[in-house]
Design a protein around this ligand. Sequence first.
Ligand code: F0G
Length: 456
Amino acid sequence: MGEQTRLRTHSSDSLARGVVTGYPVAPYGVWLSTVLKCPTCGAESSPLSTVFRCVSCSEPLDVAQQLPPVSRALFDGRLGSLDAPWNSGVWRFKEMVYPGLPEDGIVSRPEGNTPLYRSASVREYTGVADVALKHEGLNPTGSFKDRGMTVAASQAVQAGARAVVCASTGNTSASVAAYAAIRGLPAIILVPEGATALGKLGQALAYGATTVLVRGNFDDAMSLVQEAAGELGLYLLNSLNPFRVEGQKSIMFELLQQYRWDPPDWIVFPAGNLGNTSAFGKALVQARDAGLIDRVPRLLAVQATGASPFAAAYRAGFAGMEPMRPETVATAIRIGDPVSYHRAIKSIEATDGVVIDVDDDAILDAKAVVDAAGIGAEPASCATVAGLRQAVARGLVAPTARVTGILTGHLLKDPGTTIAYHEGRYGGGRTNPPVTIDPDLLSLSGVVDRASGASR
Ligand code: F0G
């Protein structure tokens, strides 16, 4: 690669045209173009733009980029690397995520590299013999959001953002706050008052974000930040930002690599604002087109019944989506008007996917099983396991299928719901309430007798 090519980053004339930004990329010696593109009318804009909806059709824009040739060997060769950026489970797949980003522009913790858990009790509960749970709660801030955030936060720096903003049910805000802190960017986060899990709220405060409690639900906060981003010149880090979607694709790439590129039959995950749904389908199609896999697994998106406009739309053949007033114990997915509706449809269609919903009792019951397996996850994550159990019972997923469930957030994100469940406040049948005793051996030995009797 010539020196001239290496030194040129985004040229001012291409930026002025507002259309294309090319970056030199190390091993390829070619210019790779990255644009924001409207999936409906095809209009293109600069990747450094801070506007994420098409100005004419108002559809969320996608990142369209020229992906260089890749191979399984390229990605396998980076496994176990101690060096940035390859030690990140997002940037190991840089060619599939954001090849045009200069390596020194990466803002990373690093993230990803999350495990696949197998458990006899989860197998028995779901009825699927070959089921693994990929625990995205083991990311730096305890949820999958960090995968999208490393990319969008890097892009915020490229775009010269002076401050970043998001609306959130909690996990996005924790991630935004942490990644903004890496670069000392002011972060403003908006969460619904009274409906944000304690762990998430604590993280946003602790990481130093300006935390705004909105009297309204997530959808209200989401409309407000979209208005605010434009009016107040803030860089939006919700999954409406298409660079978030590019980062979240890495959940699929990493999972496929963990399966040694022999894909499972189904991938099951919770769906709220539909960022993951959009990212997963895009990733799987790109992985197939790149020759990394030879077939595309089916997606099973699971919503909470009280916040299930996407599941309802699926049942109606995607004729349209009716927003709803969301209510569910799984506050992470308490969303009634998801922004990525159209791109999520594409993912479901491209993967012969299915969308279902599960009620709160089923979510909490599945959570008690996942938690007691020593895995643990927040309520929304356990919609995955509840959904798989329902899908098997309905004959949608065969007990002999190979299935990966995605657990999206850590158990400690929502201690309030976990404790309330075990104190019996939800009426669930798998409670493990604490026992209070006087400080003497006799009292404790009674407890020990009961505990060991219970385990025999
Ligand atoms: N699971 C968890 C733990 C989440 O936090 C979210 C979304 C989802 C699933 C749904 O993912 O939106 O891509 O369909 N949380 C967002 C937030 C909305 O603000 O933290 P999605």
